[in-house]
Design a binder for this molecule. Structure first.
Ligand code: BTN
Length: 246
């Protein structure tokens, strides 16, 4: 059984975080696979690495999808890859050539246009629910973060819901990619990854900056880089990109 993304659609004026709202629905046992929760405004929007996610009311797209994954916990990286590939396709429909910045940010050049926060819920050792939270800058880009928006890139304003509708259509249409050949999915993700094959600066936790060349990802989704002539893997949260603009 495939997930119907958008099977239930909840639109809120304001909420702490759409990811939290989805988690509560799951907890209450009243969540349907594929439910979408969208909000105009979040009072406590969450980003990756414990950061907050802020957005001007109704200007940008903020939503979460609660889904029951149909793969094992060991393959949980599938969703992260899939949602990023689909974002790239979706932004392309709006005339934007975005790159994926590992692990799953969307960038135009060196400016961030959107980000994804996936939270997993386990039942014992099995993956029970995934909450896919997305924030896309549609009409406003937070200036201090050197970000960009669909408006900034194209000069056109869109309703956040218009962007979401395109995204859901793409998500629904390509589930064979989400659940099919693992290596094909990985390959498509790597093709979509920006910042590859060039020396870049990184920072490992609090240590000194170092130079690395991104090659791709391994089967767990870790970043594979050449550092000092050797191939090394880095887990999410272990390193930070030191891009000139960020
Ligand atoms: C990041 O790039 O750090 C991830 C940002 C994810 C933000 C979205 S907005 C909708 C959903 N609800 C949240 O609290 N966070 C995600």
């Amino acid at each position: 059984m495939m997930t119907k993304f958008g099977s239930v659609f909840i639109q809120l004026a304001s909420v702490d975080s759409t990811n939290n709202y989805a988690a509560n629905l799951i907890q209450q046992g009243s969540c349907q696979d594929g439910s979408v929760i969208m909000a105009d405004y979040q009072t406590m929007g969450k980003g990756q690495r414990g950061n907050s996610w802020q957005s001007v009311s109704a200007a940008n797209l903020m939503f979460s999808i609660a889904l029951r994954p149909k793969y094992q916990l060991e393959e949980q990286i599938r969703l992260s890859w899939y949602c990023a590939i689909i974002w790239q396709q979706c932004l392309f429909r709006f005339g934007i050539d975005a790159q994926i910045k590992w692990p799953n940010d969307l960038y135009v050049g060196e400016r961030k246009i959107g980000g994804v926060l996936i939270e997993q819920q386990l039942k014992g050792a099995t993956l029970d629910w995934s909450i896919l939270g997305c924030g896309i800058n549609v009409n406003e880009a937070p200036e201090r973060m050197q970000a960009t928006s669909i408006y900034q890139e194209t000069g056109q304003r869109f309703k956040p819901l218009t962007v979401l509708t395109e995204y859901l259509e793409l998500l629904n249409g390509q589930q064979n990619l989400l659940y099919g050949d693992f290596l094909k999915l990985k390959g498509l993700f790597e093709e979509g990854m920006g910042f590859r094959n060039q020396p870049l600066q990184f920072e490992k936790n609090d240590s000194q900056p170092f130079e690395g060349i991104i090659l791709g990802v391994n089967d767990q989704g870790q970043l594979q880089m050449i550092v000092n002539g050797t191939l090394q893997s880095f887990a999410n949260q272990e390193i930070r990109f030191l891009l000139p603009l960020t």
